[in-house]
Each structure stands twice: as C-alpha cells, then as structure tokens.
Design a protein around this ligand. Structure first.
Ligand code: ADP
Length: 310
C-alpha cells in the first residue's frame, strides 16, 4: 500500500531524508522510530503530499506522489504533530466541517460522524467546544478527523506526544484497534511506544533507515553477548576450573563470595543458551544453585546501538 524508493529531501545544506526505501502493507501498524530531527516528519509530509521530495519515488495506495496527490489525499488520513483543530468550534460542528472538507456526500455525513465518535471514544464530549477539551480528547478528535472519510491508510505524526501516561495508553489501544483494518504508519521518538503497538518497526536516524523488522527480529539482531549472573554454593576452585573448561564461555568474572556462595558474571556468544547450560553444569557437579539470571539484550540495545553513535 506504500512503496518508497530512495526518497531524498534536503533543506538547504541539511539532508533531512536520505535515500529512504521501505514498503508497508494493509493490516500493518508500522512504527517510525527515531530521535528528534531524524527525518520522520519530513518523510510523512512527503507521503501525504504536503511536501515534495527532491529525488526518489513513492506510491501510496497505488498512486504516484509526484503525479496523483489528489487521489492520494483521498485515501489517507493524516494527523500532523499538532492536530489542526479550531478551538472555538464545537466537536460536532468541527467533525461536520471536516466531512465537507473531505467532500463526503451529505447523505453519508451523519453516519460517518457517528462512526468516528464511536471509534475514537468521543461520546462524552460531543456537547463541548474544542477549546474545553483535554489534550487527550483533542488528540482523539484529531484522530477522528483523520478517519472521517474512512481512508485505508492512516499516517500519524507523534500521536502521543504531550499526553499523560493514561492518555498514551488510550491512544495506543486506539491505534492498535484501527490497525486491525487499516495500514497505520505512525512516528515516535519513544521506544516503548513502538514495542507496545507496532507489528513492524523502521528505525530512522540522520535521514536514513537503519533497521526494519518486527520487534522480535530487531531484538534478535542485537549485537553483543548473553550475560548470565550466577550464584553457586560450592568449591570456588572447582567452579572456576569448570568455567575455564566450558567451550561456550567466552569470559567470566568473579563478582563476590558471601557465606560460601560464589557469584559470577559469565559472558557467552548470543544464542548459546548459556543460562541453561550453566544450570546443567551446576547439577552435574552436585553444587547448589542459589541464583541464575540472564540479562536480556532487548530492543533498547538495538535502538541505542543504531542511533546513539554520533
Ligand atoms: P523528525 O520528525 O524525525 O524530528 P524532521 O523531519 O522534522 O525530523 O527533521 C529532519 C531534519 O530536517 C532536521 O535536521 C530538521 O532540523 C530539518 N528540518 C525539518 N524541517 C525543516 C525546515 N522547514 N527547514 C529547514 N530544516 C528543516
């Protein structure tokens, strides 16, 4: 539904988006994750045809961004970072206005407004003016306007920015629900945001896509080693002789000895299942295990590895 090839955009000397390529399909919730200034907004504005690219190509819902911007806009809902709301309008008045902007036939307007009120949980505030709404409700209303014409593709720029933790969870759940039926592409600079909501993640840094995969795939790409903390009651000399002999152990360090319990940090290559193997070694030697803990290498490590190098 979205196909992007080598998209490039500069502002003067700043290359904001540098040869970005990716695809996105129906039924995906795609998280666009990157630090501030990475190029997320610029990419989204190009895909929504609010900004033109310098080079590369992209199709959205089968239409070319350089040639068919009107057709594309009909098929996408867009929520920019600050929702385009008019604070002196009432909620229903605003949604009604958006049905006109989107050229929804008069006979369908009521039904569409009802549908987005239900989807976005706006029932409690339909009597209010936008100026009276909390930030969370304003964001829901922003989402409602992006859905009013029932587009197959939704592009949301930092949809949870500025919300409190409860509001963030509500918007996340809403995005997940909407993602059951539509392609949702949303940007964030917050890692937990994507791991909680997305089926796939694109990590962007300095205008370039540096990773693309499911949260699980990205975590398994993490560089580094398995690190196991282990505490054993047994002979320190015998344990260390054994650690020296174990092939999967790349390195070990004695952490402390307390009341006959010896604690070690053991490093092993990724995928060697070191914790389980160490458990068997302890059992075979008749020692007793008092603690065994594997430090997981997770998405956060991947993100930091890919984006924190400058
Ligand atoms: P993000 O959404 O990931 O925070 P942006 O796409 O907003 O990133 O910005 C990417 C880069 O382009 C940044 O270096 C930013 O300063 C620059 N930039 C964005 N908009 C403009 C603009 N209108 N004029 C000049 N530079 C811009």
């Amino acid at each position: 539904m979205i196909e992007v090839r080598e998209l490039t955009k500069s502002y003067g000397p700043t290359v904001a988006v540098n040869k970005v390529s990716f695809e996105a399909h129906a039924g995906e919730v795609l998280g666009f994750l990157g630090p501030n200034g990475a190029g997320k907004t610029t990419t989204m504005r190009i895909l929504t045809c609010y900004l033109s690219a310098d080079a590369g190509s992209a199709t959205v819902a089968g239409y070319n961004i350089f040639e068919d911007s009107v057709e594309i806009r009909k098929r996408i809902g867009y929520l920019p970072e600050s929702a385009p709301l008019y604070t002196d309008m009432g909620v229903i008045e605003y949604l009604n206005f958006m049905t006109q902007v989107r050229h929804i036939p008069k006979s369908e307007r009521k039904e569409r407004i009802r549908a987005v009120i239900d989807t976005c949980g706006l029932e409690d505030v339909i009597q209010k003016d936008i100026g009276e709404l909390s930030k969370g409700y304003r964001q829901r209303l922003g989402l409602a306007q992006s859905l009013i014409h029932d587009p197959p593709i939704l592009i949301l720029d930092e949809p949870t920015s500025g919300l409190d933790p409860n509001q963030i969870i509500e918007i996340r759940n809403l995005i997940r629900d909407i993602g059951q039926e539509k392609l949702v592409l949303f940007s964030t600079h917050i890692l937990s945001e994507v791991s909680a909501t997305c089926t796939r993640i694109l990590i962007i840094n300095n205008g370039e896509i540096v990773a693309n995969g499911t949260p699980e795939e990205l975590a398994s790409q993490a560089e580094g080693e398995e690190i196991v903390h282990i505490a054993i009651r047994g002979s320190q000399e015998a344990i260390e002789a054994s650690l020296n002999e174990l092939e999967f152990v790349s390195q070990w360090a004695h952490v402390e000895t307390t009341d006959g319990i010896v604690v070690y940090q053991v490093n092993a290559p990724q995928g060697s299942d070191a914790a389980e193997a160490l458990f068997h070694v302890v059992v075979q030697n008749g020692w007793s295990l008092t603690e065994l803990r594997q430090e997981s290498v997770d998405l956060e490590d991947v993100f930091l590895n890919l984006t924190d190098k400058q």
